[in-house]
Design a protein around this ligand. Structure first.
Ligand code: NCD
Ligand code: ZN
Length: 345
């Protein structure tokens, strides 16, 4: 049995939801991570500093006793976000970024940005203040193939954005393609990316393996093997531009196993173990701490956790379901399958 001790990691992209659902998923993350960048795509979305403050209080109130966890809040960018709101966010000590969802790109993105040109005031305020923009990098144009939406977003949105706001700090969230890896690598120190465990472990065949697999359906979609390999190479490279963001996105079973099923993989139940398994398979376990615990904190100007987490190479089987809100079941990623690393209690 091998062990690995790392600084307690930071999840730089997490969906916690709200209310009872939040209370039921929060312990999975808080048992593993020192902190997480919390996504604002609630219904209604978290668009103001005041709403983020209230959401943060609800998260802290739901935290089980004995667990230390810091929710790092974000605001949801809309066509109407003002420069004043950006400056208020920057002045707060709990809003750490602004999230840009192209309208219609993913779950709860209806209130997202219809045209990034409408956000120029807010973007200029972010550029001036250093508050990072987190992008869901998919072009929603119906003429663009769903597997090509990330590459199209780079051409038509990300590159122009870099040109117009060269000082804007940017995190390309949950990257899925070699195109995004190349864009981030070539873009200067203010540009970084998060990578999920599911995009590192699976290629798009997993959406169709033995039948339609709704629990492997997330956005951006899983991509072909060559892209997965590019993500793995970036993640294990030790390049601080690439860091852990789980994009754990819980939906009840009935919302997933449905006509018009929801996008999102729930991975928080094994939020660090999945990455340990991948890094170990790549012979890169010594690089896990940088990717999971250091680079994200460094990018956000936060101190690295001084607490530690120990992983042991012990196989365990993922439950087929866990409890969720409203009597629903939540089907975790790799349900019923074996994971080779576990967190030492
Ligand atoms: C996320 C969700 O469910 O909130 N879904 C997903 O497939 N990743 C939204 C998102 O990050 O795109
Ligand atoms: Zn997400």
């Amino acid at each position: 049995m091998r062990t690995l001790t790392i600084a307690r990691p930071l999840d730089a992209h997490l969906h916690l939801r709200d209310g009872a659902a939040m209370a039921m998923v929060l312990p999975d993350t808080a048992q593993r991570f020192a902190a997480a960048i919390v996504m604002p795509n609630l219904k209604p979305p978290v668009t103001t500093v005041a709403a983020a403050a209230a959401y943060r209080e609800r998260i802290l109130a739901a935290l089980p006793k004995g667990l230390r966890f810091e929710p790092l809040m974000t605001l949801y960018l809309t066509d109407d976000t003002t420069a004043a709101e950006i400056h208020a966010a920057r002045a707060s000590d709990f809003v750490h970024a602004i999230k840009y969802y192209p309208a219609g790109a993913t779950t709860n993105s209806a209130a997202g940005v219809t045209d990034i040109q409408r956000c120029r005031q807010a973007l200029a305020a972010m550029e001036a203040s250093g508050l990072p923009l987190l992008v869901h990098g998919e072009l929603t144009d119906v003429a663009v193939d769903v597997f090509d939406r990330e590459a199209a977003f780079i051409e038509r949105v990300a590159l122009p954005l870099r040109r117009d706001f060269p000082g804007l700090r940017l995190v390309f969230e949950h990257i899925t393609t070699g195109d995004a890896v190349d864009f981030v690598r070539g873009a200067g120190p203010g540009v970084a990316a998060t990578i999920t465990a599911h995009h590192l472990l699976l290629n798009r065949n997993a959406i169709f393996a033995g039948g339609l697999r709704p629990h492997n359906y997330c956005l951006p979609l899983l991509k072909r093997e060559a892209h997965r390999r590019a993500l793995v190479a970036a993640a294990v490279s030790g390049d601080p531009k690439f860091f852990l963001g789980s994009d754990s996105a819980p939906h009840g079973r009935s919302a997933k196993e449905a006509d018009h099923g929801c996008a999102g993989c729930y991975t928080a139940h094994a939020g660090i173990e999945l990455y340990a398994q991948l890094f170990d398979a790549e012979g890169a376990l010594t690089r896990l701490e940088g990717f999971a615990s250091h680079y994200g904190a460094d990018f956000y100007g936060l101190s690295r956790s001084r607490e530690t987490l120990t992983l042991v190479s012990e196989a365990w089987t993922v439950p087929v379901a866990q409890a969720f809100a409203d009597g629903e079941a939540l089907v975790p990623f790799m349900a019923g399958e074996t994971i080779l690393w576990r967190v030492q209690p």
